[in-house]
Design a protein around this ligand. Structure first.
Ligand SMILES: [Zn+2]
Length: 728
């Protein structure tokens, strides 16, 4: 019987990559102890090693090597127990880390350009790395067929998927066949999983080749396992960080957090629509070095509230095969609270005013000639686009407005019209269909916020002379201002605060500068390393100027301990920093520096400028949280039938490593033009409550329904009853 993954909200992996005896004996493995652990941990999915990073299999395989400590088929035993317990059996299989295979078959190893075997460097564990362009491919496919055919797992998790750069005979032959020249060689040897090689003009081909290898492998795996069991649900680790072309071929998506639990889960939710995303942090549970209970609780609550199934993993199996039940107790307590909110986690739609565009082609357009050799390093390494999307998520979250991440492939005009503000954060490439959709969206009344090199690259990475959607940004591109980029603050923004100085060629100021700059103190705001010279279009309004530093940071020139300060004298050479414009019935604001990247890099006053932009572009959000603690409290909102499901989260325990004092989250403000609110209840969370929940006070103001929220320590689930949805 297959368990349904949609209802499996509580997952766990006993993470026991195990070398052979005498190091790891597994001589006291006991299925009844596993059963007790599963019950205590209160889990609904167990990920189970079928083959680990050491390369040992935990089942009776005719192709690979069973772990020498095992006396019987351990996968069969665990699979049977999980069926009895009604717990999803999630089979784990590792591809590119396998220490045994290249030691038994040296010709299967990934090799560097000098022909030496490559293994993982820069970490405590130095796994061997086989290449699946060798006969290791049929070894993998054969084992997957064995596992799926013999044990009928509910789902299959492929770890260390991708294609690491390899100079074996097979890889070199394949590259030459595909590209007509020899696989280019980098000078230095690989030192860790993030080592990057610059292949000049051929780098783009190398990246494309590695992606194609991974593509073909995924195709073959899917063919083999689906032929064996068409109902098997397959994913790869880090799924959310792969291009949509790969994501779409997966049955569900598993990702480890790359931007904290809360924002990583939101990103996974939105880039895996309909694919039951699962988020699994590895830094919450740490066996032996236990963190407080509330750290587990806050992580689980954050992940579920942001729309992902919760997953933990840790090294909870001792060398003899016995288990750490202390870990099971901690997970079990966190999962009790997830079980309590499960009735509200399914069959709901994310509610958002703001869409942040996510673009695979912006990532490849900016990758240039650089190749990260290790497949996992390549997928985990932050790129400028994803970093900007992260900054935009942080801005929206701290502003406590409702946001979603929208993949470029889904951003047609009909979809854009569901949102009241579209953010183009570090969106280096804009396809013609997207540019056209953006034009129509803004023309018909939409609002746009864009920064930096918006649409300044072609798909192939070459630079364009102007923004791809210049007419909706209200300005044309001039040049990159990168003379001072050696300093983290290579430029500053000087606000123009009064209407008379905010120049607009038709005198009809479109933005009130006092309102725009209300949250920004009277200072020069750091604007990252690089800025952009732009020319405002006729009718556009300049709300601030870029100011250069006093001097460039070099070996011989500097000012004080810090980045060189702004040079007021250089105000003479004025470049617009903030350009506001109208296009049709819509509005746009363009920021002439990498504002969102700066937010992710910790430039503090970015948030003040963002809130100024939002006050103009989204003056009456449909749902917002008015809170005194914007960096501590977050919310997420979903629509189900005539209910608005709202999660309130306090991140306090995450920041303090486990202290969770009660925090006043503030007021949930629901716009009366978006919704009619009839009542609101707290139905689950920290506090004990009756089955019907706790009724909350709803105050009707002129334009909003204000729901007074109760104190939260970690989380609360609020149901807002709606009396009909007006058309959006
Ligand atoms: Zn190879």
């Amino acid at each position: 019987m297959h368990q349904t993954r949609e209802s499996a909200w509580r997952g766990y992996l006993i993470d026991h990559h195990s070398p052979a005896p005498p190091t790891v004996t597994l001589d006291r493995l006991d299925i009844e102890e596993y059963r007790r652990f599963v019950r205590t941990a209160n889990i609904t999915t167990l990920m189970m090693y079928c083959k680990d990073h050491w390369g040992y299999s935990y089942y009776d395989t005719s192709i690979g090597t069973r772990h020498p400590g095992l006396t019987h088929d351990w996968v069969a035993a665990v699979a049977g127990m999980l069926r009895e317990e009604g717990v999803e059996f999630n089979a784990y299989y590792c591809l590119e880390y396998d220490t045994l295979a290249p030691s038994q078959h040296p010709q299967w190893s990934i090799v560097d350009a000098a022909g030496s075997p490559v293994r993982l460097e820069g970490r405590m564990a130095k796994w061997g790395m086989p290449c699946y362009e060798t006969p290791y491919r049929s070894y993998v496919l054969g084992q997957l067929e064995e596992i799926v055919g013999s044990y009928r797992p509910d789902s299959l998790f492929l770890d260390i998927f991708g294609k690491t750069l390899c100079y074996c005979e097979a890889c070199r032959t394949r590259f030459r066949a595909d590209y007509g020249y020899a696989l280019p060689v980098a000078e230095s040897r690989n030192v860790n999983e993030y080592q990057t090689f610059d292949f000049g003009e051929q780098g783009r081909d190398v990246n494309a080749f590695l992606e194609q290898c991974a593509d073909r492998m995924l195709d073959e795996i899917m063919t083999v396992v689906k032929r064996t069991d068409p109902r098997i649900q397959v994913t790869i680790n880090f799924a959310a960080l792969y291009p949509k072309s790969i994501r779409d071929r997966l049955d569900y998506q598993f990702t480890e957090p790359w931007a904290g639990n809360w924002l990583s889960a939101g990103y996974s939710r939105d880039t895996a629509a309909g694919q039951s995303p699962q988020l699994g942090p590895g830094d919450v549970s740490e066996v032996y070095n236990y963190r407080p209970y509330d750290v587990y609780r806050v992580a689980a609550a954050q992940i579920a509230a942001a729309g992902c199934r919760v997953f933990f993993y840790s090294g909870s199996q001792h060398a003899d095969g016995t288990l750490e039940h202390e870990e099971a107790r901690r997970i079990g307590r966190a999962y009790e609270e997830i079980a309590a909110i499960e009735p509200w986690l399914s069959d709901r739609e994310v509610f958002a005013d703001v869409a942040i565009i996510q673009s695979d082609s912006s990532v490849t357009a900016r990758a240039g000639s650089h190749v990260v050799a290790n497949a996992i390093g390549r997928c985990k390494k932050p790129d400028p686009h994803r970093r900007a999307v992260l900054g935009a998520m942080q801005c929206c979250d701290e502003a406590n407005i409702a946001w979603t991440v929208l993949p470029e492939q889904n951003a047609d005009v009909e979809t854009l019209r569901r949102y009241r503000l579209v953010i183009l954060a570090g969106l280096f490439f804009i396809s013609e269909p997207l540019a056209s959709a953006l034009r129509d969206y803004v023309h018909d009344g939409g609002a746009l916020l864009a920064d930096g090199e918006c649409g300044l690259y072609a798909r192939d990475g070459s630079r364009l002379t102007d923004f791809a959607a210049a007419e909706v940004l209200g300005c044309t591109f001039g040049s990159r201002l990168d003379e001072f980029k050696a300093a983290e603050w290579g430029g500053y923004v000087a606000p123009l605060r009064d209407a008379s100085s905010a120049t607009s060629s038709d005198d009809a100021a479109v933005v009130d500068p006092a309102q725009f700059w209300a949250a920004t103190p009277d200072t020069f705001v750091p604007a990252g390393r690089v800025q952009y010279r732009v020319s405002p279009a006729t009718g556009a309004q300049t709300l601030g100027h870029l100011v250069a530093p006093a001097v460039a940071l070099t070996d011989t020139t500097w000012v004080n301990w810090w980045c060189p300060p702004p040079c007021a004298a250089k105000l003479a050479d004025l470049n617009p920093a903030v350009v506001a414009s109208r296009y049709g019935r819509g509005r746009a604001i363009y920021l002439a520096w990498d504002l969102f990247h700066g937010k992710a890099d910790g430039l503090q006053l970015t948030q003040s400028i963002f809130s100024g932009a939002v006050s103009h572009l989204l003056p009456d959000p449909s749902v917002a949280l008015e809170t005194g603690y914007p960096a501590t409290v977050s919310f997420s909102a979903y629509v189900r039938g005539d209910e608005l499901i709202v999660h309130i989260i306090s991140h306090f325990a995450e920041r303090t490593n486990g202290d969770a004092p009660p925090v006043e989250p503030g007021i949930l403000r629901v716009s009366a033009t978006a919704f009619q609110v009839t009542s609101a209840h707290l139905v689950a969370g920290d506090s004990e409550m009756d089955a019907g929940g706790v009724p909350l006070t709803v105050a009707r103001t002129e334009r909003t329904f204000d729901v007074a929220l109760p104190l939260v320590r970690i989380h609360g689930l609020v149901i807002v009853k709606l009396g009909g949805l007006p058309p959006r």
